[in-house]
Design a protein around this ligand. Structure first.
Ligand code: G
Ligand code: G
Ligand code: MN
Length: 554
């Protein structure tokens, strides 16, 4: 109740009490009132006042509902007590009509209360309905916004985790909207099943949900908690005879650090999700201020990539690879180069990452692959032992039609498959080991060579390495940099080399820069070398000159 309501209730109670006293005085003293010709006897006056009393009690009831009823009953009992006492004392039962009137007015009050109660249930139901999402029974967008604003108003700190189902559109398109609705309901059921009292869960719309966690908590607690949600939500769903899996992504913001109004928080949650899209399935990421700057830079690079793809502006350079002992040329790794509008180079890891996030990577990889194949076709014809390697994004290895695409490309250019090597980074296995392995098997099936790039930094394990059709391990530059700094570092590289050779694989060290590193690698038995020591990435004419010079030394 508001202060105003309290004020009026107190005023009404005072008036009611005064009226009760007035009736009792009038009935005791037999007071009458003459206005002009009209004479109001004590019975008349008592009648008028009693009617006013009933009105006041009704007003109290309407204003304070249940509390009003209790106040009314207390006042009523008080009055009855004094009335009965008065009658007993004076042995005069004249006020019996007042007594009956009071009982009737109490009954009327109870009836009115029943109506009020019913009305309140209806209005509670309507207000609940306006706060609940009809498909999932979770809170709806309006309730979410009310909750956020309520927390802000009361100075409560909180985290908001925005969860979106990234493959929902495909499920809807593929299995129909009814099926999609059922999935959403099941998803909501799981989310609700996991929620704790301190967590507020709502559906923003479509396949977007929000979890609000009040924070006496810290970032790592919230991250762990949201990961628990994601783990549970990404378990398969069975509807009828169909089993499907939902892939989610979560972006987390914190109030007040990441925005002090609801629309900024929402904008920053969207940005966090967009920024991390394409990185990894079921990932949880926090907003930070650099995201906004990075996004505007990313947008520029994305635009540049689109233009570069349309106008053949991606430039290729070729870094030579050598046999360690003889320094004979093995082949080249193809590397992409891109410049911004002003002609400044954009770092390859940067534009590659952006290409991966924006799905442009498929076009980039295909472009590089075709360009490398067509460029080297005449050279391979003359120097058939050369191997040309191309980096292909891990994302590409989960596309089931990729091996077929490569096969067609090789046929079209009449390029021998064994002269093409595809480099894949170890991080690919974080995506889906079965899909990646399947893709590798099929490429191996058409005789394309496969190299594991950045080996040692990620998920590689001996257990599955022996099952993959890999030809070459590329020891990551970070291990080469640490060579000769301690015995342990050298031992580590030796373990990789020995393991590779045990599995009958070639092993190449990347980023070899010094004579000392080269010597150590030679002693450790590393048979191939790639690095600035013997060759930086070269322009095509320099690469051709190198091939010819190498052939001349035969
Ligand atoms: O030499 P460089 O700075 O270009 O390499 C940086 C990273 O970018 C390396 O990890 C390399 O594998 C990757 N990279 C370079 N060119 C390509 C490309 O054409 N496609 C893909 N997928 N990755 C590339
Ligand atoms: O991860 P990937 O192997 O695809 O990347 C090769 C990257 O390493 C390229 O960016 C290439 O330019 C770089 N690189 C190759 N050799 C050397 C080297 O000897 N020193 C340094 N600093 N970078 C190298
Ligand atoms: Mn590489």
């Amino acid at each position: 109740m508001s202060k105003r309501q309290y004020f009026w209730i107190v005023v009404l109670i005072l008036i009611e009490a005064s009226l009760i006293i007035a009736v009792s005085i009038i009935s005791r003293t037999g007071l009458s009132l003459t206005i002009g010709d009209v004479v109001l006897t004590s019975t008349h006056l008592a009648g008028i006042i009693s009617a006013s009393k009933a009105i006041i009690l009704t007003c109290i009831l309407v204003l304070a509902k249940k509390k009003g009823l209790i106040i009314d009953i207390v006042l009523w009992c008080g009055e009855m007590f004094f009335m009965i006492m008065g009658m007993v004392k004076a042995r005069n039962f004249n006020s019996i009509t007042g007594l009956v009137q009071n009982i009737v007015s109490l009954i009327v009050l109870f009836i009115v209360y029943q109506f009020i109660k019913k009305e309140k249930i209806n209005s509670d139901y309507l207000s609940k309905l306006s706060r609940i999402d009809s498909l999932t029974d979770l809170y709806n967008r309006r309730a979410i916004i009310t909750e956020i604003n309520g927390n802000m108003k009361h100075g409560i700190e909180f985290y908001c985790a925005f969860i979106t189902i990234t493959n929902f559109k495909e499920i809807n398109d593929y299995s129909g909207h009814d099926y999609g609705d059922k999935m959403l309901f099941k998803f909501a059921e799981r989310i609700r099943g996991m929620a704790k009292d301190s967590e507020f869960i709502g559906r923003i719309g479509g396949a977007e949900f929000l979890i609000i966690i009040k924070s006496e908590r810290n970032d790592s607690f919230v991250e762990r908690r949201i990961k628990e949600y994601m783990k549970c939500l990404s378990e398969p769903y069975i509807i009828g005879k169909t089993e499907s899996t939902l892939v989610c992504r979560a972006g987390i913001v914190k109030y007040p650090e990441d925005g002090d109004d609801e629309s900024t928080l929402f904008r920053h949650m969207d940005a966090t999700i967009a920024y991390n899209r394409g990185i990894r399935e079921n990932e949880v990421s926090f907003f930070n201020k650099t995201i906004i700057d990075d996004i505007s830079e990313s947008v520029k690079i994305e635009d540049r990539l689109i233009k570069a793809l349309a106008e053949n502006l991606i430039h290729l350079v070729y870094q030579p690879q050598f046999h360690t002992g003889t320094r004979r040329l093995r082949g080249f790794e193809t590397l992409s180069r891109l410049e911004d509008e002003e002609g400044n180079p954009i770092r390859p890891d940067k534009f590659i990452t952006i290409a991966e996030k924006t799905n442009l990577i498929f076009e980039v990889d295909n472009y590089v692959l075709e360009k490398a194949i067509s460029t080297f076709k005449p050279l391979i014809d003359r120097y058939p032992d050369l191997v040309i390697s191309v980096n292909i994004s891990a994302r590409h290895f989960t596309q089931s039609d990729f091996p077929e695409y490569v096969n067609k490309l090789l046929m079209r250019h009449a390029f021998p498959a064994k002269s093409l090597e595809i480099e894949i980074t170890e991080t690919a296995f974080a995506e889906s080991i079965t899909k990646v392995k399947d893709c590798m098997d099929r490429l191996h099936g058409i005789s394309v060579q496969i190299a594991l790039d950045d080996f040692g930094t990620g998920y590689a394990s001996l257990a599955y390495l022996s099952q993959l059709p890999v030809n070459l391990l590329k020891i990551d530059k970070s291990f080469i940099d640490k060579l000769n700094t301690s015995e342990m570092e050298n031992d580590f590289v030796k373990v990789i080399i020995d393991m590779g050779h045990t599995l009958n694989l070639d092993v190449i060290s990347e980023g070899v820069e010094t004579e000392e590193q080269k010597k150590t690698l030679e002693n450790l038995g590393c048979n191939l070398i790639q690095g600035f020591i013997w060759g930086k990435p070269l322009e095509l004419e320099d690469a051709i000159a190198l091939i010819e010079a190498d052939a001349g030394t035969k």
